[in-house]
Write a protein that binds this ligand. Structure first.
Ligand code: NAP
Length: 280
């Protein structure tokens, strides 16, 4: 069977082109603020990427890089100020935060209508209820990749590996709303391989290099590798042993170049959506 390698870069370019076309027609441009606390080199790369995406899409952007010793009060004050600003439609605080800061309080402080990465419990609740909201960028990107390749989850058996609030759980919800039958696996799942072998669509978001081997994949399955890990040579890779999986799958995402670029593009789309809701 010849597998199709899903092209996240091409889809991301398409999504961003569409956002740019929409933004060009608007009188008032959407605005995105990204807040980063402390010196985390990986986060800095993400923030710079978001700045570049905004400029490509015609979205106004502001970056706040705060020192690692920033207090909870100072961070909440900044979020409060950005919440009030009419030119800022989307607000994203880059995680992980330094250990002395209370991440839950930060998530709660972001105004839900500006919560472009769907971290506020109100938006998580809407997602669970299947109501229109700002969807979390990574799981929404996975759904967009599937639809781009005309893969309909309806009636399929979907296995999600990982149950984090930012990826695994919302991914399971979106698959459920797509009418898939969903299993969520985690570190206490007794036989991960047996669960994965049931999957017509397997989404892996564990962050564990080499976790999903070829023998864990049902012939003809669709495999989406969300993870971004580094292998022993320091190269980016996912959870799935790609070469082994290629022998089994019908469709697969590469790492890098799969889910990652689409996630970034979905942030642009969410910012546009938030701006529209703000009457722009
Ligand atoms: P996380 O918070 O660490 O969650 C990982 C989840 O995977 C947990 O639920 C954990 O189970 C489960 N898990 C870990 N090892 C496992 C194993 N050996 N067997 C079964 N389950 C296992 O991570 P995250 O934030 O969800 O991110 C997951 C991965 O996706 C990371 O590699 C991250 O870099 C990547 N990511 C990529 C994007 C993108 O745009 N491509 C965006 C976000 C994240 P327990 O709950 O039992 O601990």
């Amino acid at each position: 069977m010849s597998a199709v390698i899903m092209d996240g870069k091409a889809l991301a370019a398409k999504i961003k082109d569409h956002v740019r076309e929409q933004v060009e027609k608007m009188d008032r441009k959407p605005g995105l603020a990204v807040v980063l606390v402390g010196e985390n080199p990986a986060s800095k790369v993400y923030v710079n990427g978001k700045k570049k995406d905004c400029s490509q899409c015609g979205i106004y952007s502001e970056e706040y890089v705060l020192p690692g010793e920033t207090t909870q009060e100072e961070l909440l004050d900044l979020i409060g100020a950005l919440n009030q600003r009419e030119d800022i439609d989307g607000l994203l605080v880059q995680f992980p935060l330094p250990g002395h800061l209370d991440g839950k309080a930060v998530e709660l402080a972001i105004r839900p209508d500006k919560d472009v990465d769907c971290v506020h419990p109100a938006n998580m609740g809407y997602l669970m209820m299947g109501e229109e909201t700002l969807w979390p960028c990574t799981p929404a990107g996975v759904m967009r990749l599937l639809s781009e390749y005309e893969i309909d989850p309806s009636g399929k058996r979907c296995v999600v590996v990982g149950r984090s609030n930012i990826v695994g759980k919302p991914q399971a919800m979106l698959m459920l709303w797509g009418d898939a039958t969903v299993t969520v696996c985690h570190t206490k799942t007794p036989d991960l391989a047996a669960e994965c072998r049931q999957a017509d669509i397997l989404v892996s978001a564990a962050g564990h290099t080499g976790l999903v081997t070829g023998d864990m994949i049902k012939p003809g399955a669709v495999v989406v590798d969300v993870a971004v890990n580094r292998n022993t040579e320091g190269k980016l890779c996912g959870d799935v042993v790609f070469e082994e999986a290629l022998e089994k799958v019908s469709y697969i995402t590469p790492v890098p170049g799969g889910v990652g670029p689409v996630t970034r593009a979905m942030l642009m789309e969410n910012t546009l959506r938030a701006a529209r809701r703000h009457g722009k």
